[in-house]
Design a protein around this ligand. Structure first.
Ligand SMILES: C[S@@+](CC[C@H](N)C(=O)[O-])C[C@H]1O[C@@H](n2cnc3c(N)ncnc32)[C@H](O)[C@@H]1O
Length: 462
């Protein structure tokens, strides 16, 4: 987790009266120019989307190539035909290897690098391996998250990252050694009760343990409130948020405690009671809720399917490609016929988004906007969400000068919507800015502010 708040020569962070911090352009940018691309600090794929959008567990790129993707759908629909899309040059070709998680949990990656990044930054903590036993605490935590709110997945990833960082960092080792007599681990409570604290009773008063430094950095840098105070999507009550958080933390604590206690670097009462305490958990959830963003981009196979007939290639090649896809198209239509109201887990037609829905990708011909969302989609788009360190610093306006798009992986790309002058604040719209002022105002209340952009001022004075 490397927090970065400016890119020299590109953007800089400054305090803005009434809005907190914001990002400002350091030079001018033309319309349509990319200002920066931000890798997520933490990101997850929505559960309902996992079997149908077959993507890398780290960067979210679609895996394999068009034919491996097609074979994936044939397996899902139990289709036996072996027909393949013929190979020829076109914009939707791609090619990645497919690597499995070391512990065989079913997670796949597009490269060894992605597998290593995910494993060593958080997956080693959260992976349930081949086990799906009802008595596996991590399995139970995940099941609870699916049944209640997927934000818990993102919080668990953040906590796992923190554990990996502290577990692998030797900067506190001398301090731990000096204080090992003072270190005891409490196992009972889900609130932040620091009984015996290594760092307050230590012999090096100037020493600030790594976890405290990271927590301070993280919570100081992003807007946060307790989760039940935020509830941005409005789909659950204050009481539900509190109950779910307690249940979720209890399960996570059960899953992580043995692991934390087995490493001298993490077997520290202050550390354990902080990161597995309700004060931390509720603020972490609130921080994620207030700063997260949807991640969405189309499947290259779907783009190929929609565009094959317009391609400059012999008709028999087009026919062969359409024939290879025909069995899945037919199976999809059969599966979804008459299921308009509730089409179940593997459907991509419904709004299963968690939290903010302020962006979907919209690069050139690979975008999902209102109009295209209405269209039939056979090979589902990727659908997930995450938190982006720098992008989360961009404030809202109903007259945005930039937007956030995704172009085939989980990097948030900040693109201008018009020319931006050096010194101008970057502003994107958190909501659908074309709705009436009353709706916009209502929606923005959940983000904790009243918009004072020129559009809101002029419309509210009418
Ligand atoms: C994603 S953060 C943006 C960065 C934030 N300003 C900060 O200092 O961390 C969203 C929060 O910024 C503030 N914010 C964003 N746009 C705003 C606006 N137009 N007017 C007032 N506050 C705004 C609100 O507190 C909102 O919950």
């Amino acid at each position: 987790m490397n927090l970065q708040f400016n890119i020299p020569g590109i953007v800089t962070r400054k305090y803005v009266e009434g809005k907190g911090r914001g990002l400002f352009a350091e030079r001018s940018f033309e319309k349509g120019e990319i200002i920066f691309a931000d890798k997520p600090l933490f990101s997850v794929q929505h559960v309902y989307n996992r079997s149908t959008a077959w993507t890398c567990g780290n960067c979210f790129r679609f895996l394999g190539n068009l034919n491996r993707q097609l074979a994936h759908y044939k397996k899902l629909f139990q289709i036996r035909d072996q027909l393949e899309i013929p190979e020829f040059d076109h914009p939707y070709n791609f090619n990645t290897k497919v690597f499995s998680c070391f512990a065989k949990c079913g997670e796949k990656y597009c490269s060894e690098e992605c597998r290593n990044i995910a494993f060593y930054s958080h997956h080693q903590i959260l992976c349930v391996g081949e086990q799906t036993a009802e008595n596996n605490p991590m399995y139970l935590f995940k099941k609870h998250s699916i049944e209640t709110n997927e934000l818990f997945f993102l919080a668990a990833q953040a906590i796992a990252c923190l554990i990996c960082r502290v577990g692998n960092d030797n900067s506190d080792d001398q301090f731990i050694q000096n204080n090992n007599n003072n270190t005891t681990t409490t196992t009972t409570t889900t609130t932040t009760t620091t009984t015996s604290t290594a760092h307050t009773s230590g012999s090096a008063p100037q020493h600030v343990p790594l976890v405290e430094r990271i927590c301070k950095e993280f919570f100081n840098e992003y807007v946060n409130r307790e989760w039940w105070d935020v509830r941005i999507d409005g789909n659950f009550t204050y009481e539900e948020a509190k109950t779910w958080s307690l249940e979720s933390l209890e399960l996570l604590r059960k899953a992580l405690l043995p692991l934390l206690q087995s490493n001298p670097r993490t077997n520290n009462a202050t550390f354990i009671n902080t990161i597995l305490g309700m004060e931390f958990y509720s603020r972490l959830l609130g921080l994620l809720e207030m700063n997260d963003n949807s991640i969405g981009f189309n499947s290259p196979l779907e783009m190929f399917r929609k565009n094959i007939d317009k391609m400059n290639v012999a008709q028999h090649i087009k026919d062969q490609a359409n024939k290879a896809m025909a069995s899945v198209v037919e199976a999809f239509r059969d599966h979804h016929s008459g299921e308009d109201e509730d089409c179940g887990e593997d459907c991509n037609d419904h709004d299963h988004h968690h939290g903010h829905d302020d962006m979907m990708m919209d690069s050139e011909d690979n975008h999902m906007d209102g109009e295209q969302e209405e269209e039939e989609e056979i090979f589902p788009a990727f659908d997930g969400f995450g938190i982006f360190g720098l992008q989360a610093m961009v404030n809202h306006s109903c007259i945005p000068n930039c937007n956030v798009v995704f172009e085939g992986d989980n990097r948030a790309i900040i693109k201008t919507l018009r020319r931006i002058e050096a010194g101008e604040e970057l502003l994107h719209s958190y909501i659908d800015e074309d709705t009436p002022i009353e709706e916009r105002t209502q929606e923005l209340i959940t983000y904790g502010f009243k918009c004072n952009c020129p559009k809101c001022i002029s419309e509210s004075s009418k």
